[in-house]
Design a protein around this ligand. Sequence first.
Ligand SMILES: Nc1ncnc2c1ncn2[C@@H]1O[C@H](COP(=O)(O)OP(=O)(O)OP(=O)(O)O)[C@@H](O)[C@H]1O
Length: 243
Amino acid sequence: MRGVSAAFAAGQLSAVIGPNGAGKSTLLRALLGLSRPERGEVQLLGRPLGTWSRAERSRQLAYLAQGEALPGDMTVRHVVALGRGAGQWRFGLLPRDPWNEADEAAVQGALDRTDTARFAGRRLAELSGGEAQRVALARALAAQPRFLLLDEPTNHLDLAYALEVMRYLRCEVAGGLGVVAVLHDLNLAARADHLVLLAGGQVLVSGPPETVLTPEHLQAAYGVRTRVVRDADRLLVIPEDGL
Ligand SMILES: Nc1ncnc2c1ncn2[C@@H]1O[C@H](COP(=O)(O)OP(=O)(O)OP(=O)(O)O)[C@@H](O)[C@H]1O
């Protein structure tokens, strides 16, 4: 990636879009501090990311990776509770000890807001892909981060589940969370507040959907002719591919 400049605000739903290999996941990883840029700097709340301790950083930033494998033999409630342990579950550790009422409330809140409470006692392996994705979202929300970064959260989800995930994210954004989601579906991305269109490791354009989703920009990024139409209050991207 070269010369990338982008800003993401709390209380906003931002989407990073662009063709395969454009650098979307790389940007997300840099924002999370999982990879360090050779040049330039990532700042979190005006402070260089490198000056935040790991623990401080993980209280601010939660990450939902692409196709993350969650432990299938655990119950949904347990998996969500691990969200309070700042990622320790990866190493097979139990959630943070001592467990307190604030932890319990955060877990219950995340279960309720993702509509996963009703199967909280089931094992993850017994869920559909869409349900499991909602549990993954609940685990990230249980950490009560300021920003949630998601890599293709609607991948493999059917239309209803994809819209549902977007609806949950919308609710969290209304509550002040900053969401940065890598999305491939441009018609879902059209529902974001802010878009960053990457191509070839650079920001082609960023701004509100009306500014970014134009046939010219999409042709330049994807090499595909499109028609962009307004339907009620949202934009629709229609590929003009002759199929
Ligand atoms: N660890 C790495 N080392 C070297 N090159 C990498 C590494 N990870 C990714 N790349 C390369 O960087 C480019 C951007 O990859 P990235 O995964 O960020 O793209 P993306 O936009 O998320 O793509 P996709 O939509 O296919 O997931 C690609 O050309 C990829 O091959």
